[in-house]
Design a binder for this molecule. Structure first.
Ligand SMILES: [Zn+2]
Length: 162
């Protein structure tokens, strides 16, 4: 059994254990070794929490069902302060709005996950094969979803070896 969500408005630290969907907790999106090192809390605004929830409800949870295995969030939310201190990070990154996550399957098959998501019919905004190796296997998979406009269904590759 998984734990029930315990959401309170009185204890500010409890936002971390907020359950978003069956298999995803907010803590997975806010965890950041870099933030920890820099002493940044990386706490999302209520609006950003809703964006993260929408990403889980519309993409990540259905993807997990299709994939049939655990999916890890390797990088989720980046608050403005953390993003400013992240080398190479774009200030318009969807990670800063809670609209994007970098993911890896527990079994390590990032290319398989990328292909399954690409052909899933799920209406993502962007799906990116990031930093693939010479065989086209992504280092991780970036996916985004927005509630603010039409999701573009873009599929991209960045950081490919020449
Ligand atoms: Zn990303």
């Amino acid at each position: 059994m998984t734990k029930r969500a315990r959401v309170t408005t009185t204890a500010t630290t409890n936002y971390k254990i907020m359950k978003l969907t069956e298999h995803f907790d907010l803590a997975e999106f806010t965890a950041s070794p870099n933030a920890k090192k820099l002493g940044i809390e990386n706490k999302p605004t209520p609006e950003h929490v809703e964006n993260i929830r929408a990403l889980c409800v519309n993409i990540l949870e259905p993807l997990r069902q299709i994939w049939g295995g655990a999916i890890k969030i390797t990088s989720g939310y980046r608050c403005a302060e953390l993003n400013a201190k992240t080398r190479g990070a774009s200030s318009t990154s969807q990670h800063c709005k809670g609209e994007a996550a970098d993911i890896k399957p527990a079994n390590g098959d990032t290319l398989g996950l990328f292909r399954v998501l690409k052909s899933s019919g799920l209406r993502f905004d962007q799906l990116i094969n990031e930093y693939p190796d010479e065989n086209g296997v992504p280092s991780w998979v970036h996916v985004s979803f927005t509630t603010k406009r039409k999701n573009r269904g873009q599929v991209l590759i960045i950081g490919a070896k020449k």
